[in-house]
Design a protein around this ligand. Structure first.
Ligand SMILES: [Zn+2]
Length: 417
């Protein structure tokens, strides 16, 4: 007669236990019979308010982790069943936050920041690097950063051979300005060798990134995306090409980042009306990502969009060396700006968990389903008077701010120590 507890099944009749779980079992001799006592959970978070939009959960619940995964969710889990218990009273427990647009090739590119430092500060457990590395330097990114980081790092591979290679306050060269740097054939090879980490293709378009080449680098990215069956993340800055021109070329599941960038090359026209191309692209399945950064997020534009109930699909920070000390700072500050502008907390969390997971086609992250990766963010909403700034230096005063209380990574308490 098998005995069930969580996901572990023990067959008492054969005692032929899976070796993987043997160390977790305690065999007790009692009255001549062997009794098997199941091990404890590695970690239980008690007393928190669980928000998991993937399962429509928004209520007080305890959560347990074992073997690096979510093991149980229930209104009450006894502390006696856990090796470590953390009281998270008055906190929100969400799936580990996914920042869909970051730059964490620290040391390999001038715009890279340290992934772990950033993730602690932001309660981010999956940092998606978008285009820092291209096919010519992805191997270094994988070996020296991705594989060495405690946090989960995924990547959009740049279609430019060297990725974003000249991005600093002294030297700024748009990598899409020189079409001979586009490297679709090697990009396909690198994708095939690194499918465990590469989730899409990156390309940057605009006056400052593709210059006289306009929209043409998008065609090269599309060729790679079609051959590898991956989505493209498209960066847009000032025209040309125009916002509508770019959107019209994008396919379902492709992601437009910097979607709420300032006027004039923005999702609204001079009369502050949403462009027809924006509505058409959403109907077609194109995704809209925030990508705050240092030049790509406007309170004015965001307010217009939110008032029309046009929420971004994903909210991301586009954190890099030149915006980490402001105006972007981190993901939770970017999320707090949306909260202050009227987007409900549940929708804000949905954007950087459930929606981000779907955009990445990675169902193992962004939710707290039993069996999913044991990553969780512990957040609080502080009340007070807070000042926020957008990329145009405009100030927004709010009375709430999302703060980080802790991070669970791979089923273990990771931050703060
Ligand atoms: Zn970026």
């Amino acid at each position: 007669m098998p005995f069930y507890w969580g996901t572990i099944i023990v067959d008492f009749s054969t005692r032929n236990l899976n070796i993987k779980y043997r160390h977790k079992l305690k065999i007790l001799k009692l009255n001549g019979f062997e009794r098997i006592k199941m091990s404890k959970f590695d970690l239980v978070l008690k007393g928190g308010h669980l928000v998991d939009p993937s399962e429509s959960i928004n209520s007080p619940k305890d959560i347990a982790f074992s073997d690096g995964k979510v093991a149980e969710i229930s209104p009450q889990i006894s502390p006696s069943r856990a090796i470590k218990v953390v009281n998270v009273d008055h906190c929100f427990v969400t799936p580990g936050l996914i920042d869909l647009h970051t730059h964490v090739y620290w040391g390999g590119t001038s715009l890279g920041i340290d992934a772990e430092d950033f993730c602690r500060k932001s309660a981010v457990t999956t940092s998606v690097d978008t285009g820092s590395a291209g096919p010519g330097n992805f191997a270094g990114f994988r070996k020296h950063v991705i594989e060495k980081s405690a946090v989960n790092i995924l990547a959009f591979l740049h279609v430019c051979h060297a990725g974003i290679f000249a991005f600093s306050d002294r030297v700024m060269v748009g990598e899409s300005e020189n079409i001979s740097l586009m490297d679709p054939i090697t990009a396909i090879e690198i994708v095939e060798e690194n499918r465990d980490y590469i989730v899409g293709i990156k390309v940057r378009l605009g006056k400052h990134t593709s210059g006289k080449n306009g929209i043409s680098p998008l065609a090269v990215a599309k060729e790679v995306a079609q051959k590898t069956n991956l989505p493209i993340m498209v960066h847009i800055d000032e025209a040309p090409p125009s916002y509508s021109e770019v959107l019209d070329q994008m396919r379902a599941s492709d992601i437009l980042t910097h979607c709420f960038r300032p006027l004039p090359n923005s999702p609204v026209d001079a009369n502050k009306k949403i462009l027809p191309a924006v509505q058409k692209a959403r109907e077609r399945g194109v995704l809209f990502d925030v990508g705050h950064g240092m030049g790509s997020f406007s309170f004015e534009v965001t307010k217009i969009m939110l008032d029309e109930k046009f929420y971004p699909d994903t909210i991301s920070s586009d954190i890099h060396a030149m915006c980490i000390n402001g105006p972007a700072h981190d993901l939770v500050t970017t999320l707090s700006k949306f909260l202050t502008l009227g987007m409900p907390f549940y929708e804000v969390i949905n954007s950087c968990t459930n929606n981000a997971s779907k955009a990445l086609k990675r169902p193992e992250v962004g939710n707290l389903r039993v069996g999913s990766r044991g990553d969780a963010s512990i957040l609080n909403i502080k009340k007070g008077k807070f000042e926020f700034f957008d990329v145009e230096g405009k100030k927004l005063i709010g009375n709430q701010k999302i703060c980080v209380e802790g991070v669970v990574l791979g089923g273990k308490w990771w931050f703060p120590d």
